[in-house]
Design a binder for this molecule. Structure first.
Ligand SMILES: Nc1ncnc2c1ncn2[C@@H]1O[C@H](COP(=O)(O)OP(=O)(O)O)[C@@H](O)[C@H]1O
Ligand SMILES: [Mg+2]
Length: 405
């Protein structure tokens, strides 16, 4: 991609949103007032001095983010001053837009992953964003039911089987705003797609002509689920307040990070082919316990790399610090119920994995929601001004505003 355009897009993503950054007509329409206004709004959200009651880690994150926002503001202001419409050319026949991909994964079945995926998709769609909900719970696909469809015409298996079908050919409009790419688990082996098919699917998802793609994952830690989760711009991990559930959620996060490190030099990675044997071996030892030499602590792992392959430390640190999952606690009975589970997950993740986890929100248990799943109408559509819809609206805004290209 044109280097200048890429820099403009990154600055736009920080100052406006990733969706704006991918919209060529928006970039060419920018003026000083828009840039100033956006900077003021973002400064209110991210200025570290305005959030004194947060943890040190969060304040540090805010500080880093604020510096990027300020730099983006200065860069865009300068570019607008020098701007000539010919500076940024739209490559012919090549859409600039790539959808924002959000994956919803986490603990095992029954905790609300599909329900949240469906309602989040409706919420995004209600904002005027073209949204596609994708069912990648390959072994237990049922997202279509949460979006009002008892039957789907085509599904992911058709995309795999029929060469002539592109990803958009298996998309169906639902009655509630979002499009749907449904799954069918009724076929033996549906959950066990080979690596090449997975890469084909991941590539295709990023080319979907939409603003947002929301992926519903299964509740297991198979390589497929982890890779779908890692391919997203935003990874949401769901849990309930039950110890079994939040332990599951933590395990999911842990193995997802291990998988990320393990695939650091795979063909799907930005660092594809850029490894030294020493670094690769150290990562294999850390992430694959069957090698028998695994270390269970990220601090020990980092110290080992520093000692044995110092040139690789930067890549590994970047991969770890770029891993910033969000958690949603679902089916809470009261506002305080989630405090302890969230604290536990955050503490253990900080200590053992050296990562921060963002607590996105709590969603209350509501009998109306349970009923809505039976009537096949997303609750956000039925009660579009109610408390659940407001929570989901806030959730989608946070997910979109936090994205870094
Ligand atoms: N906040 C909630 N309040 C009430 N029921 C919920 C809530 N979230 C999910 N459910 C119900 O829990 C059940 C399991 O949800 P589902 O989304 O299918 O879970 P998963 O995809 O994690 O297996 C469904 O019957 C759904 O309606
Ligand atoms: Mg599900």
């Amino acid at each position: 991609m044109d280097h200048e355009l890429h820099k403009l897009q990154i600055a736009c993503a920080y100052l406006f949103s990733p969706i704006h950054a991918r919209d060529h007509s928006f970039i060419v329409s920018l003026d000083r007032n828009m840039i100033k206004k956006a900077f003021r709004e973002k400064a209110k959200l991210y200025h570290p001095d305005l959030h004194g009651n947060e943890t040190e880690a969060m304040i540090l994150k805010r500080k880093e983010r604020f510096i990027k926002i300020k730099k983006s503001y200065e860069y865009l202001s300068q570019r607008v001053h020098d701007y000539r419409p010919t500076d940024v050319k739209q490559p012919e026949n090549k859409p600039q837009k790539r959808p924002v991909v959000i994956a919803v994964g986490g603990a095992k079945g029954g905790i609300g992953k599909s329900l949240v995926t469906a309602n989040l998709s409706v919420s995004l769609s209600n904002k005027g964003l073209k949204t596609v909900a994708v069912d990648l719970d390959l072994g237990g696909a049922n997202l279509h039911l949460y979006l009002g469809k008892t039957r789907i015409k085509k599904n992911i298996n058709d995309f795999f089987d029929k060469k002539e079908l592109g990803i958009s050919d298996i998309m169906e409009k639902t009655d509630f705003g979002p499009y749907l790419i449904g799954g069918d688990s009724g076929r033996l082996g549906a959950g066990n797609i080979p690596f090449a098919r997975k890469l084909k699917l991941l590539k295709a998802i990023k080319t979907i002509d939409a603003d947002c793609v929301v992926i519903d994952l299964g509740g297991d830690t198979s390589y497929n689920m982890l890779d779908f989760f890692l391919a997203a711009d935003q990874g949401v991990v769901m849990t309930t307040c039950d110890p079994a559930s939040y332990l599951d959620a933590y395990t999911f996060i842990k193995v997802a990070l291990y998988r990320k490190l393990n695939r650091l030099f795979g063909p799907e990675s930005d660092y594809s082919g850029e490894t030294t044997g020493v670094l690769k071996n150290l990562i294999q030892d850390m992430t694959l316990p069957q090698n028998g030499r695994g270390v269970s602590d990220m601090n020990v792992f980092r110290a080992k790399i520093k000692q044995e392959c110092p040139s690789g430390l930067g890549i590994v640190n970047q991969a770890i610090s770029g891993f910033f999952p969000h958690i949603i606690v679902n089916k809470t009975n009261d506002a305080n119920a989630a405090i302890e589970p969230v604290k536990r997950i955050q503490q253990v993740a900080k200590q053992n994995l050296t990562i921060d986890i963002n607590h996105l929100c709590n969603l209350p248990f509501m009998t109306d929601i349970e009923k809505s799943a039976r009537t096949l109408v997303p609750w956000v559509s039925t009660d579009s001004n109610g408390s659940f819809a407001i929570l989901l609206d806030g959730l989608s805004k946070t997910l979109l505003s936090n994205i870094i290209l």
